[in-house]
Ligand binder design. Structure first.
Ligand code: NI
Length: 175
């Protein structure tokens, strides 16, 4: 287990679509998941995608403040979205910035655990929905700033001065 170096914009790995995992018996998959969890905790995130630490594989981890343990999601895909809301969002790969962007109200997603067993989210809401979209975007090479509707919606933040909210805008709620 190890904390790995965070990749920041404009590192091209953040813009690469990650590759689906086919071999769940590969021991390096568990090592990657362990490194993701260690790195997510070190950088104080609620989620982290593999390309943020330089791996091209379609793996991410999520641990919301209320979660007792992290969840590793392999081959995460959003299958359906419903509604729209405005959220405040930040990202560990773009430190010092936040933005108001549109996200879905409800999210359906599928993935697999490290053991290859299916994990399904049906109508996830709030921070979970936002984290699923945020991490899935990373795995597709997208960043939250791609959703900016106005330059005014992007603003600089200093540590400890983040806007309060349910979104990833919280200092401890970036992914
Ligand atoms: Ni992020």
């Amino acid at each position: 287990m190890a904390v790995r170096r965070m990749r920041y914009i404009p590192d091209p790995v953040l813009r690469e679509r990650t590759r689906k995992v086919r071999d769940f018996g590969d021991s390096s998959l568990r090592k990657l998941a362990d490194d993701l969890i260690d790195s997510m905790r070190h950088y104080n995130g609620v989620g982290l995608a593999a390309n943020q630490i330089g791996s091209p594989r379609r793996v991410c981890v999520i641990q919301l403040p209320e979660d007792e343990a992290p969840t590793t999601l392999v081959n995460l895909e959003i299958t359906r979205k419903e509604g729209e809301r405005e959220v405040v969002e930040g990202c560990l790969s773009l430190p010092g910035w936040q933005a108001r962007i549109p996200r879905a109200e409800k999210v359906w997603a599928r993935a697999a655990g490290l053991d290859g067993k299916p994990i399904r989210y049906k109508g996830a809401t709030d921070l979970l929905a936002q984290a699923l979209e945020h991490e899935c975007d990373h795995l597709d090479g997208k960043l939250y700033v791609d959703y900016l509707r106005s330059q005014d919606d992007l603003y600089e933040v200093t540590p400890g001065d983040e806007e309060e909210g349910e979104g990833e805008g919280d200092a401890s709620a970036e992914g």
